[in-house]
Design a protein around this ligand. Structure first.
Ligand SMILES: [Zn+2]
Length: 110
């Protein structure tokens, strides 16, 4: 799987970097990280910060054939050097809606 597939099929664009694909229990997981250069403080716009760990966001997206697809996004936790506030950086992921494909998805919806 390539970054361009993620761009075109799943709407993953600005601010993210593709890392790897994993196949887990019938699921396909695309692992993404936030681009370092896109990180900035939302309070004062500073790009000077300390990293304070990270968390994972898991986002279900459109399936590929019968396989469920999950975007696993690493969200960095940061502390601004400018204003001292803590923030997380997770640019929006403009995901396509389910109605554009995959009619079988409805049957598995909860
Ligand atoms: Zn700041």
């Amino acid at each position: 799987m390539s970054q361009s597939l993620l761009y075109h099929a799943f709407g993953v664009r600005e601010g993210y970097e593709y890392r790897s694909t994993k196949y887990v229990e019938g699921r396909v997981e695309f692992h993404l990280t936030v681009k370092e250069e896109s990180i900035h403080c939302p309070h004062c716009e500073s790009q000077e910060y300390w990293r304070r760990g990270k968390r994972q966001r898991r986002i279900n997206t459109l399936p590929i054939g019968p396989k469920q697809v999950v975007l696993v996004v690493e969200v960095p936790k940061c502390e601004c050097r400018g204003c001292g506030k803590s923030f997380e950086h997770s640019p929006p992921l403009p995901l396509p809606t389910v109605t554009t494909a995959a009619p079988w998805l409805d049957s598995s919806a909860s």
